[in-house]
Each structure stands twice: as C-alpha cells, then as structure tokens.
Design a protein around this ligand. Structure first.
Ligand code: NAI
Length: 343
C-alpha cells in the first residue's frame, strides 16, 4: 500500500508488532476522538535492528514482546522518539534505567479488562479439567465414549492465587462463584481480597491448593518463582495455571514435574521463549524449540498463545487509554499511567 504523505504537523507514531486487529481498534479510537496523530503500522517487532522504522516519529507504540533495552532506546532517542506508549500492562521488556536516563515519556495501559484475562484463566482451567477440547474432537468423529474425560468438581476445591492485584482479584471472584475455597499470596495484599479468600504464606498456598494460578508481574524477584523447589512444595497432582508472564515458570523444571506426575496439569497462556513463536502463524515451519515441543506432547498440558487479553472490550480500552496517555505526553502534564521510576 502506498504511504500517505504526512499531514502538516501531525504527531507521528510508529506502532510495532502490529496486527490487523490493532489497526482496526486504534483507527476506530482515533476517528472517535478526532485525533490528528498519524500511526505507521509495522508488523515487525521492535528491537535494535528495527528501531530505524521509527525514523521521523515522535512516539513508538509497543506490545509485550517488543524489546526496549538500552541499545534500542538509545537508537530511538537518536531518531527523535520521545514517547514510549505501551499497549499492554506488563513492562518487564523496558529498561527503566535507560528510559529515565534519556528522559523519555513512558506510559502503559495498567488495566484494560482484568476480567478478560481472569475469564481466560477459568476457560483454561475448565478445558483442562473437563477435557472439553478432547470431547469436541471426539464428538465430531462420532466417538461418544467418556473414558479419558474424567474431571473433578471445582466446588469445594482449593484454589491459590499468587498475586492478588487486578487480575488476581477478578480470578478470585470467579472462583468464589464456583464455590472454591480461595487462598491468596501477595507481598502487598489488597484489602479487596478479604471477602474473597484468605491470605496465607506462599508455602501454605502451594501445599494446600488443587489449582495454583499465577497473577504476579515478572520481576527479578519473581523470575522462576515456580522452579523445582516450589513444584516439589505443591500438592501432588495439582494444576498450575500461568496467564501472567512466561518467565515466572522454569519450564524445564515443569516438564520434569509433569513426567514424575508431581504436577497434575499445566495451563499456560504465556511461555518463557514466546517471542519467537506467539502472535504469528508458524504452522508451516519446523519447530526448533525442543522444550516447547516437549510441552506439546503432554495430554495434560494446555497452551494458548497469549490471548488472555484478547476481547473486543479489552482492545477498545487499550486503544482509548493509549490515546489518553498520548494526550498526557502532548500536554506535558501528569499521567497516572507512567511506568515507575527505576529502583
Ligand atoms: P497488578 O499490578 O494489578 O497486580 C499484580 C500483583 O502481584 C500486585 O498485587 C503485586 O503486589 C503482586 N506481586 C508482586 N510481586 C509478587 C510476588 N513475588 N508474589 C506474589 N504477588 C506479587 O497487575 P494485574 O493487572 O493483575 O496483572 C498481572 C499480570 O498479568 C501482569 O503483570 C501481566 O504480566 C499479566 N497480564 C497478562 C495478560 C494476558 O493476556 N495473558 C494481559 C494483561 C496482563
């Protein structure tokens, strides 16, 4: 498609890792607000090699697997980029020190439908638990046998929520509706959790939970929160759910726990090395990631490609809040969604 010439004085944004649905919701939001910004949509992810695509732009708009390390930020700054607009909640992919050193405006979308991710976590729990994915395929083949589809009743089971922030709370509310006993662990507990469950130390949560669902951010302290030691501390045969960030789990250790049957089932919407795979069609490629390949062989592992956020409501909200953040940048005023200052 031929590039349109720039409107005089229009602020230009380079959007990286953009998909057709990003264009749809961002163009809708831009039209609704009559915002003059000009968005250049690039399917490629941002890193030091692709940063040059932001030439002539004042802002970049990025997603979860774009790389905003010091080298990339230095390059962007040299090109004239002054604003980093994250169209996601997590910001573990941003070098906060470099962004602060360069004085760049950096804002995210901290909440855009926590329920969307929580509902996806529950969809994964119930798919794995009641084997609806296998039942769907069987019934279409005319196979109505039930052998192999045995699940457990969630009512009365114990579910542990690691990270009782916005998504953790939304998940706890749904699990309450199922009649589960809900346990929570969070170094900064929210009072909103009190009517939903009991805060306990992590060791107790792991030992007592039939389902452990991760909802904490990926930081230096939470990386590989689930490793060989914490897996051994879990109730034997429990289900582990991760809709947060792949790096929370040591995948090699999880594979060992699945093989020994210490871990009963695994549902992941995120994966440590997902940037090489997710958001693109690799169905015609040879899979070179042997750890991911091994995960795919387990009947009790369910993987989705980082789609927890993927609802109409959430995409609308992401676009709207990103434009709000852009307005803050333009005005040079306060912005509630700034990334935190580095430690
Ligand atoms: P939030 O900031 O509202 O809550 C995170 C909670 O984790 C906070 O209460 C915090 O105190 C807690 N926490 C921090 N360190 C912890 C630790 N060591 N152990 C236990 N808890 C700890 O964040 P929100 O909105 O609930 O999102 C959670 C995560 O979900 C995000 O960091 C992001 O990585 C992920 N996410 C995934 C999406 C998907 O599509 N799968 C979409 C949106 C977010």
């Amino acid at each position: 498609m031929q590039e349109q010439p720039s409107r005089q004085g229009a602020l230009r944004i380079a959007m990286f890792s953009s998909q057709p649905y990003d264009r749809r919701f961002f163009e809708e939001a831009r039209a609704a607000r009559n915002d003059g910004a000009e968005i250049h949509y690039h399917a490629t992810a941002l890193d030091a090699e692709t940063a040059v695509l932001a030439q002539g732009c004042t802002a970049v708009c990025v997603f979860v697997n774009d790389v905003l390390d010091a080298a990339t930020l230095d390059l962007l700054h040299g090109l004239g980029v002054r604003a980093l607009l994250l169209r996601c909640a997590g910001f573990n992919n941003v070098d906060l020190h470099a962004a602060a050193r360069l004085g760049m405006f950096a804002a995210r979308v901290p909440a855009y439908s926590p329920e969307a991710v929580a509902e996806h976590a529950l969809a994964m729990i119930q798919t794995l638990n009641r084997h609806t994915h296998r039942a769907y395929a069987r019934v279409r083949e005319g196979n109505f046998a039930l052998e192999g589809l045995l699940g457990m009743t969630l009512h009365g089971k114990t579910a542990g929520i690691v990270g009782t922030g916005k998504i953790g709370l939304a998940t706890a509310r749904i699990l309450n509706g199922f009649g589960c006993r809900v346990l929570g662990f969070d170094p900064f507990p929210s009072p909103a959790f009190a009517p939903l469950g009991t805060m306990v130390p992590l060791a107790q949560l792991l030992a007592e939970s039939d389902i452990v669902s991760l909802h904490c951010p990926l930081t230096d302290t939470t990386r590989h929160l689930i490793d060989a030691a914490t897996l051994a501390a879990m109730k034997p045969g429990a289900m582990l759910v991760n809709t947060s960030r792949g790096g929370l789990i040591d995948t090699a250790a999880v594979i060992e726990a699945l093989k020994s049957r210490q871990l009963g089932a695994l549902a992941i919407d995120v994966y440590e090395q997902e940037s090489a795979l997710f958001f693109h069609d690799h169905s015609g490629d040879i899979l070179t990631d042997d750890i991911f390949g091994r995960l795919l062989t387990f009947p009790n592992v369910l993987i989705t490609g980082h789609q927890g956020f993927f609802t109409i409501e959430a995409l609308r909200e992401i676009a709207a809040i990103t434009f709000d953040n852009l307005d803050c940048f333009r005005r040079g005023g306060q912005c509630a969604n700034l990334l935190p200052a580095p430690d």
